[in-house]
Ligand binder design. Structure first.
Ligand SMILES: Nc1nc2c(ncn2[C@@H]2O[C@H](COP(=O)(O)OP(=O)(O)OP(=O)(O)O)[C@@H](O)[C@H]2O)c(=O)[nH]1
Ligand SMILES: [Mg+2]
Length: 295
């Protein structure tokens, strides 16, 4: 049985930094994990990259092949958080999305299976892989590439957990926060995986008074906030959105403060639990339980 974390979330939410800190944390523990870069546009890493998708495809090649300027894909990626203002912008985002990234995604879909079979064949059994994904929302909301990828891993006997990171700065604005929750929810629905939400960059949260409201969001509180922020024409929409969050009752966040070893440890324990990592080991230990031996 293999184990895997699929690290997803909006652009700049801290995915690569989390992967790097997780790698360091595991190194101190003497625990083996391998980080896989799945971002074709990534430039440099703070962690040793076990497998790198840029060997398969990279942004430059795609721009060249499709005659796209550098302003296409990357600029939009960088501006992405700016678009992320209201619940509407999720939809706008889909419309605005640059062609170039869609090309990458198509390319990926075609060759991903072959590449994975080759690359991941080295990682089996007890291996623990962490996939650092790109921050494009399509990847985990409505383009099937990540879903296919997950199915591939599952066929290879990996227990996979989606780890969704949301920047703590999103809680400064309730409309942004709701957009973040919606993106998380769509990842849950699309990927059908055990799912852990992290509120990243907790070191930047100075005012922790209303933090609980966001870690385990109460739909009623959020609705009141949303209605305060938005015009009366949104009342019905806001109510419908909150009912959605409420019905799924799946959106809650674990704070992630990378300055604190205990925070990383707690997050890792939650994820391990979701993918039953370590349970096989328990079984093995239990097999040798001296009490059983006495019987
Ligand atoms: N203060 C603070 N900054 C952070 C933290 N994690 C990441 N950052 C910063 O946030 C920015 C984005 O971090 P990345 O780890 O590259 O984010 P990402 O989600 O991998 O970004 P993409 O791959 O582009 O989607 C960088 O400038 C990081 O230094 C954190 O815990 N605290
Ligand atoms: Mg990254």
């Amino acid at each position: 049985m293999g184990y895997a974390q699929l690290v997803i979330g909006p652009a700049g939410s801290g995915k690569s930094t989390y992967c790097s800190s997780l790698h360091q944390h595991c190194e101190t523990l003497g625990r083996s994990i391998h980080i896989v870069n799945l971002d074709p546009a990534a430039e440099n890493f703070d962690y040793p990259v076990a497998v790198d998708i840029r060997e398969l495809i990279n942004l430059e090649d795609v721009m060249e092949e499709f005659g796209l300027g550098p302003n296409g894909a990357l600029m939009h990626c960088m501006e992405y958080p700016l678009y992320f203002h209201t619940v509407w912008t999720l939809y706008d985002l889909f419309l605005l999305y640059p062609e170039s990234l869609i090309h990458i995604i198509r390319e990926l879909e075609d060759s991903l299976d072959d590449w994975l079979t080759e690359e991941l064949d080295n990682y089996l059994d007890d291996d623990y892989l962490v996939f650092d994904c790109p921050g494009q929302i399509e990847l985990f909301s409505h383009v099937p590439v990540l879903k296919n990828f997950v199915e591939h891993l599952q066929r290879k006997n990996f227990n996979v957990c989606a780890v969704y990171l949301l920047d703590s700065q999103f809680i400064t604005d309730v409309t942004k926060f709701i957009s973040g929750c919606m993106a998380s929810l769509s990842a849950m629905i699309q990927l059908e995986l055990p799912h852990v939400n992290l509120l990243s960059k907790m070191d930047l949260v100075t005012d922790k008074r209303h933090l609980e409201d966001y870690l385990t969001p109460e739909p009623v509180t959020l609705l009141a906030e949303l209605n305060k922020r938005m015009g009366p024409q949104f009342l019905k929409l806001n109510k419908a959105l909150m009912e959605l969050v409420d019905e799924y009752s799946m959106v809650s966040f674990i704070p992630l403060d990378l300055r604190k070893e205990t925070s990383i440890q707690y997050v890792l324990a939650q994820i391990d639990n979701a993918i039953q990592y370590g349970e096989d080991a328990d079984v093995k230990i239990r097999d040798f339980d001296p009490e059983d031996a006495d019987e």
